[in-house]
Design a protein around this ligand. Sequence first.
Ligand code: MF3
Ligand code: CO
Ligand code: CO
Length: 271
Amino acid sequence: MEDTARGRLTKDGIRIYEPGDFAGMHAAGRLAAQILDEISDHVFPGQNTAEIDRIITQKVEEAGAKSATIGYKGYQHASCISVNHVVCHGIPGDKKLKDGDILNIDVTVIVDGWFGDTSRMYVAGKLPRKAERLIQVTHDALFKGIEAVKPGNTFGDIGYAIQSYVESHRMSVVRDFCGHGLGRVFHAPPNVLHYGRAGTGPVLEEGMFFTIEPMVNLGRPETKVLADDWTAVTRDKSLSAQFEHSVGVTADGVEIFTLSPADRFHPTWVE
Ligand code: MF3
Ligand code: CO
Ligand code: CO
């Protein structure tokens, strides 16, 4: 889709939004986050992921919003639900969740033309110990990235913060998928890499809106996409986790658009 919003583009093609545009992003981000808050009661062993997606679809409609993913490049669901070794873009289906499964639920909504994109981790039943470590490190890696967001820093600083944190815990950062600019469009420049070198890449400026959404594997970083052309899995079948926030660069730092209204973003079942 063509990005026809107001404002200007940097030399890297990154849109600079205006101070008045933050409110629209907060409204969209808040709805996406609220839906993720409310869906936690619907995650349990025996539940199937198509039912979770059906509830999400209903909540988006009830809010008078639109799903950004239904119809996107032929995708037909209001969420991506990625279980265990699925890295991202898991398609909701009739397979039942089992005790100890971990899953990422990713929702993107459009409110008054603004896109809110966020995902977080859930568990069906009792959380296995190694999954607990993975989820905690992935969550904290996202926030290491967010802490690097301020004017004058670079996108490489974000990637470096995430990668160095993850690798210090002997886990790996997925290279094949990245965060993205968003705003009046779903996916726009830049590619927000979750690995990299400090001081490299485009310089952050006030008014940039983008996602940070690191995927972290317990094993090796390589992925492959299944025959359905969507589902990305770890090649070595190791467990994978992801958290995603949509953020905006302010004059002196960052605002998170997709903060959880009920403060349920951090999975409290992880210490
Ligand atoms: N929400 C995903 C992201 O974080 C994109 C999903 S596209 C879909 O960018 F078509 F798979 F839904
Ligand atoms: Co995203
Ligand atoms: Co997303």
